[in-house]
Design a protein around this ligand. Sequence first.
Ligand SMILES: Cc1cc2nc3c(=O)[nH]c(=O)nc-3n(C[C@H](O)[C@H](O)[C@H](O)COP(=O)(O)O)c2cc1C
Length: 323
Amino acid sequence: MNKRFWDDIKKPIIGLAPMDGYSDSAFRRICREVNPSIVTVTEFTSADGLHFNAQQLKKKLYFHPSEQPVIAQIFGKNVDTFVSATKLCEDMGFSGIDLNMGCPSKKVVRSEHGVALRKNPALACQLIEAVANATSLPVSVKTRLGWDNADDLVEFGVAAENAGANMICIHARTYQEPYKVAPQYAPVQALKAALTIPVIGNGGIESMAHGHQLCAGLDGFYIGQATFGNPWIFSEYPPPQFKDRVPLILRHAAYLIEHKGTRVGCCEIRKHLLAYVKGVHGAKALKKELVRVDSLASITELLQQVIEQEETHVKNNSAYQYA
Ligand SMILES: Cc1cc2nc3c(=O)[nH]c(=O)nc-3n(C[C@H](O)[C@H](O)[C@H](O)COP(=O)(O)O)c2cc1C
């Protein structure tokens, strides 16, 4: 991969947003099976952790070759550990490095990482420049509109571009705004007009059509929470019926188990299973069992029961309609 990756990739760029606890290798593979042209980003990973305890954290950054182009996201505030984490990601074969300057979690902000870097743009740019100079990979930045308003977004974006960023993704909310606050895309459009590097929008996108509409004029968009239980969101077609979704759900479970082992894989698939069956008739009664699955066989069996419940519901409903 080279520095022009984000310029050369087909527009609009569509991607799975980095999400800790969700955008792991298994889910990234599943989303790319739905739409092989999307870009995916790893869960955020500590640059300090990669520097001091590489073996353990490298497992978190595992990716399957079919995921390419896959981008590694790192967070921190130390120039030296950012550089060594970047080199490690480059050696692992990632297609790009993304610098997290948007995470609002208390622990991250207290350590002056994530979105806290927006309060220290000089350090943010020092990190971007050091990483950009240390790697031949493209370097992107994911951040928010700002701390409590978007007043310095353009200034920050211009400085990031000058420091060597090759793309910037903006979550269209400020640090102070919880997820339920509507995103504001006008400041992201203003940023796009001021930069030459690609600008991607993110936040509150509920479908591909919605993304195309909200991010018209930008270089693309990342979708986050709306992918939970719905990787088909990346398809241009309507989602299949539940029974036709099951093979992909089972592959998701199989990839998780393959990578993390049966115990951890089964624990981690549980929240996805609840999301996959949300709104499916009859699934409510099986929730208690879905959060206790402990093998691929038990997942297969339960999903078969969900299919049967759904079919019974459809049959009963149509019998009622025609009675
Ligand atoms: C559970 C969860 C974990 C997240 N983890 C990360 C992360 O590791 N790195 C990051 O840059 N953003 C992270 N985010 C923010 C998302 O990438 C995205 O910016 C945000 O969810 C808004 O997009 P959406 O409305 O489409 O979900 C996370 C969000 C959620 C809900």
